[in-house]
Design a protein around this ligand. Structure first.
Ligand code: SF4
Ligand code: SF4
Length: 427
């Protein structure tokens, strides 16, 4: 039997509030039990995800701190956004971790520093910091932010009083000039990370960083394609957690686990085995990202008898659909290839942003979706704004569409459920 490890000394050494942290872990554990462990007929390989969820704040953090202590890694680098390339972090000897928070915490404290009408994701990560309940934030040596939406950009001014930060300048229009500006920005990030870790980025380390991240993306692409079967072999909830894990878990080990899931799902698909009966309503999700433990919407959709068959968002296809070109041989060529790949992420901060609508319609067709659910976090102006164009694009393609706005609370669960059930009836 494995020896019980006491993680309290580790959490205390990170300066965490262990009593509040216990309360958070208790609540998340309960939610995981009621949302994940009640699912029927999950692929056996999703046991990796249960293990990941159990170790998220304990073994997974210890592993990263041990890597630092043994010299295998130099620094832990946190980020909040898809525009921060993990390839460069790993090439400089860092461990990349995602810090977005999918739950409310210390809201009263947060509202002393940020307006009440700020999006829950921003309030979430600020609350996790102020409440000292996130070992990923506490163990990060440097946090890389970005000037994407106005809320995040301004919230980082406060966050920078709490943690060492470096801010990247992400363009908001796509032209030849902004593409060059973004390439320069990527080179500047590489220099800043080298300075942080004290490790020079070499052609070998960067090629390896690119390969590791691309392998993870290839595995996620394969899993996505396996979800085109009817009955669908894996739930949207499990698929969402797989991408959420991609921001936190060891990339090589996780890639192996995703490939195992993809192989099992392909076999299940061919054998007509699924998580919901054949003919269940199929939903394509698009909208704002869903950070751990924000599983609320997918749980409501799937408990209502439908299945989520794809996600066009940062915790979905945007994370894995494009690879970095692996043909570069020098550090400069590889950094440019990384910049070009990240420049194409279809975030709503860009104007215009037609690629997102095109992706949503393409994915809905690829996955044989019966309907599209587009959901924005409350007070997220840019995704709310894009919902009008998205509805028109869905109409034009003849795909039923539902727009929702929600936050991290459970208060609107009943109302969401009613709207989703009514939408499913029309499909
Ligand atoms: S939605 Fe945009 S700003 Fe938010 S994580 Fe994704 S790329 Fe970054
Ligand atoms: S959900 Fe919207 S408002 Fe919130 S951080 Fe992302 S882009 Fe900004």
């Amino acid at each position: 039997m494995a020896e019980e490890v006491d993680y309290y000394p580790m959490w205390e050494s990170l300066g965490m509030d262990t009593a509040s942290h216990d309360a958070l872990l208790g609540a998340v554990g309960q939610m995981y039990g009621s949302m994940y462990l009640t699912q029927n007929n999950r692929p056996a390989s999703t046991s990796y995800l249960d293990n990941f969820a159990t170790n998220l704040h304990s073994g997974a953090i210890k592993e990263k701190l041990d890597a630092k202590e043994s010299g295998k890694a130099k620094k832990i680098i946190g980020s909040f956004c898809l525009y921060v390339p993990e390839e460069i972090v790993t090439a400089a000897g860092g461990i990349a971790v995602g810090l977005c928070a999918g739950a409310d915490f210390a809201t009263d404290e947060v509202e002393k520093h940020l307006p009440r009408n700020t999006c829950p994701l921003i309030k979430g990560f600020t609350g996790f910091k102020l409440g000292r309940v996130c070992p990923y934030i506490e163990s990060s040596d440097l946090v890389v932010g970005e000037n994407t939406c106005d809320g995040k950009k301004k919230a980082y001014e406060f966050f920078a009083t709490q943690k060492p930060m470096y801010i990247m300048d992400v363009p908001h229009v796509r032209t030849d000039e902004t593409k060059q500006m973004w390439r320069n920005e990527i080179h500047r990030l590489a220099e800043r990370l080298e300075q942080e870790t004290g490790q020079k980025i070499t052609a070998e380390s960067l090629a390896e960083g690119i390969k590791v991240a691309n392998d993870k993306r290839r595995a996620l692409q394969r899993l996505y394609h396996a979800r085109a079967f009817d009955p669908v072999p894996i739930s949207g909830l499990d698929s969402l957690l797989t991408v959420q894990a991609a921001f936190m878990d060891d990339p090589v080990r996780l890639t192996g686990a995703i490939n195992d899931m993809a192989v099992e799902c392909e076999k299940r698909g061919a054998a007509g085995e699924g998580v919901a009966p054949k003919g269940s309503k199929r939903i394509l999700y698009t909208g704002t990202p869903m950070a751990v433990p924000n599983w609320k919407l997918f749980n409501i959709i799937e408990k209502a008898g439908a299945v989520v068959v794809g996600e066009e968002c940062c915790t979905g296809s945007r994370y894995y659909k494009d690879l970095v070109d692996e043909s570069g041989t020098t550090v400069d060529e590889m950094l440019d290839a990384i910049a070009d790949r990240y420049f194409n992420i279809q975030c709503a901060i860009f104007t215009p942003n037609p690629g997102r609508e095109e992706d949503v319609i393409r994915m809905a067709r690829e996955q044989h979706a019966d309907g599209i659910i587009d959901c924005s976090l409350q007070f997220c102006t840019i995704y709310e704004m894009e919902s009008f164009g998205m509805e028109q694009a869905a109409d034009k393609a003849g795909i039923p569409y539902l727009h929702l706005t929600t936050d991290y609370s459970t208060e609107d669960a009943g109302q969401l459920n009613t709207r989703i059930e009514a939408f499913l009836e029309t499909l």
